[in-house]
Design a binder for this molecule. Structure first.
Ligand code: SF4
Ligand code: SF4
Length: 303
């Protein structure tokens, strides 16, 4: 199946219906719940991707997964090792722009009707509750991976020899999950953050993301920074104001979707203020741009 230039080709698994399906799924990865990988090919087309899922597939739950594929010393991509990535991988900047573009569309019209897992997780952080997404949790280690052989690994992103916990035929599952090795694996997510992350204003939402992506140097040369850092920093900084509004609504037992009306009112007020300002005056929104290039532009005024 193809969807114009943005998404040249992909596979769709169609959920069986009626008598064929006896699973009565409430949550799955089929058409009502899309899991979308974001990579070099589609990363520059965020709105085409999002609108296709929303408008053509009718999807209401979307998971976005950045593809970061590390190249090992033997040229293969089997393990989370190496500091180079394949050319299929998304860049940090692409990832940030992808998230920001979809968020801006979602927060204007889709809050409460389309659920983007990454945005829900961010809102949880702004609301002060633990995010349901392990990559944004302070520690991890509770999502182990079990192979058909009975081998248990620390995480499905680390199914490799040095993260083998044991075999459930030899040791009870609970013992392996609670083992010092696995607890250390989970705590390392917090304890190995570079200073750059410890001093980051959006650490409360990011927590350095997944350890599998922490293989670049910080600006001052410390190892362990997340490859996607620039993208996450851009995204979490960008969403701060609407996230604060939604978190505040939730604290007052109101619905987060009221943010759409609040933002529309604020936008209209800024457009009106910009119209009164001189075209070459600074825009009243504080962007630093001239009014004619920001809320005073014909495009904004005609919205
Ligand atoms: S290693 Fe990454 S994917 Fe695995 S549990 Fe930790 S944060 Fe989650
Ligand atoms: S945005 Fe970057 S610096 Fe901040 S916590 Fe995340 S990875 Fe660390």
């Amino acid at each position: 199946m193809s969807a114009g230039n943005a998404v040249s080709s992909f596979h769709v698994l169609t959920k069986p219906t009626g008598a064929i399906c006896n699973l009565d799924c409430k949550y799955c990865f089929f058409l009502s719940n899309v899991l979308c990988t974001v990579h070099a090919k589609n990363a520059d087309h965020p709105l085409e991707v999002y609108r296709f899922f929303r408008d053509e597939l009718g999807t209401r739950h979307i998971q976005l997964i950045p593809i970061v594929e590390r190249v090992n010393s033997d040229g293969r991509t089997r393990f989370q090792e190496g500091t180079e990535v394949t050319d299929r991988s998304v860049t940090a900047e692409q990832w940030g722009r992808f998230l920001v573009a979809i968020f801006d569309e979602w927060v204007k019209r889709d809050v409460g009707t389309v659920f983007v897992q990454m945005f829900d997780a961010a809102l949880a952080s702004w609301a002060g509750v633990p995010p349901a997404l392990c990559i944004f949790a302070e520690t991890c280690g509770d999502a182990v991976a079990l192979e058909h052989t009975g081998d248990l690994y620390s995480c499905d992103h680390f199914v490799e020899p040095k993260h083998l916990l044991g075999n459930i035929a030899d040791t009870p599952l609970a013992t392996l999950v609670g083992s010092p090795k696995q607890r250390a694996f989970g705590a390392a997510k917090r304890d190995t953050l570079p200073r750059y992350c410890l001093e980051c204003p959006v650490r409360f939402a990011c927590h350095g993301e997944c350890p599998k992506n922490r293989f670049i140097l910080t600006p001052d040369g410390e190892p362990g920074l997340n490859y996607l850092c620039a993208g996450y920093k851009a995204f979490f900084t960008h969403v701060d104001r609407p996230m604060r509004i939604m978190a505040d609504l939730l604290r007052r037992n109101q619905y987060a979707d009221e943010v759409m009306g609040i933002l529309a009112q604020q936008e209209a007020a800024l457009v009106a203020a910009a119209a009164k300002a001189g075209r070459n005056e600074p825009c009243p929104c504080g962007s630093g741009l001239k009014a004619k290039c920001c809320h005073g532009s014909p495009a904004r005024q005609s919205q």
